[in-house]
Design a protein. Structure first.
Length: 315
């Protein structure tokens, strides 16, 4: 019998999706960063660090080394005799390309601070040896409870939302259930030291929010904010509207909403024998209305068949 897998960050959006998908293949343990992780790793085969240790909502400080949580988890996993760590990174670690497309053949060119920190963490982990590391670089995840989606939906419900660049840039989106399946594939079939992209389907933030408004039975009031003005305001921390302060408080979030990034993950799909199953915003946003009502009322997470668990408050 396969030894269990441990998901760290199991209460968060990505962690919940990983627990669901992994549970179809192996026994799963759940833990949070503040738990006794060494005890949780006892007898574990694979540790999934299924949380964003570098959030684009945070203003990155000048860093000289990898994130402390990543270092802690790796050290404990080595002590516990864990065979593999699956680390949640992001396709943003590849940086921006001239044509807005990235693939496994793309030479990473991280530019802004958030991208450089993602790349720094990846390089450190992949250079450590045992336990072996597999890096997962998902495209932009979306769905009920996903942090960026949650903030945008709350602003959409509250009133008019002006997106940097109009929110029309083409980008690859990945539904939560498919993010969980990518975690399972990387943990079970990934090669040691490899970094895998995980894409879904092409769309735009404007299309996503239009679909979200339809799911919530509201009229989408979407406008456009100049990219340059939004980026400068975020970089300098200038006073802005409440929606701007909540939805794109950092340059990383402005770029996430305004720059194109289309992910070509053909090699990763072949290597992991994995492919996305959700190919449209409608399916990926299934249960959004129920989730929003429950989250706004502070009720327990809502389980939507086929879409995973959604429970982060819309903050």
């Amino acid at each position: 019998m396969l030894r269990p897998h441990l998901v760290i960050g199991a209460r968060g959006y990505a962690g919940r999706q990983a627990v669901i998908a992994l549970g179809e293949h192996v026994r799963v343990r759940a833990a949070e960063p503040g738990d006794d992780l060494l005890a949780a790793m006892d007898g574990v085969e694979v540790v999934h660090l299924a949380l964003a240790v570098r959030s684009p909502f945070d203003r990155p400080a000048r860093a000289r080394g990898p994130h402390p949580l990543l270092v802690q988890v790796f050290g404990l996993a080595r002590r516990a005799g864990v065979r593999r760590i699956v680390h949640l990174s992001s396709a943003s670690a590849c940086g921006a390309s001239r044509d807005g497309r990235v693939s496994e053949r793309t030479t990473p060119r991280p530019e802004q601070a958030h991208e450089r920190l993602l790349a720094l963490d990846e390089a450190w982990l992949r250079g450590q040896g045992e336990p072996e590391a597999v890096v997962l670089r998902p495209a932009q995840a979306f769905g009920p409870g996903e942090p960026v989606t949650s903030r945008l939906v709350r602003a959409l419900v509250a009133g008019r939302l002006a997106l940097p660049g109009g929110g029309t840039a083409r980008r690859t989106f990945l539904a939560g259930a498919d993010l969980g399946r990518a975690f399972a594939a990387a943990g079970l079939r990934g090669e040691p030291g490899a970094a895998y992209l995980a894409g879904g389907f092409e769309g735009s933030w404007r299309e996503l929010l239009t679909a979200a408004a339809a799911a919530l039975s509201i009229r989408p009031r979407l406008g456009r904010r100049s990219y340059d003005v939004a980026y400068l305001a975020a970089a300098l921390g200038l006073p802005r509207s409440r929606a701007a302060r909540e939805c794109w408080p950092t340059p990383a979030l402005v770029d996430l909403l305004a720059r194109p990034q289309v992910v070509d993950d053909g090699w990763s799909r072949r290597e992991l024998t994995w492919r996305p199953e959700v190919l449209g915003f409608g399916d990926g946003l299934a249960g959004l209305a129920d989730w929003y009502r429950a989250a706004a009322a502070g009720e327990p997470p809502v389980v939507t068949p086929g879409a995973g668990i959604s429970g982060e408050a819309p903050t």
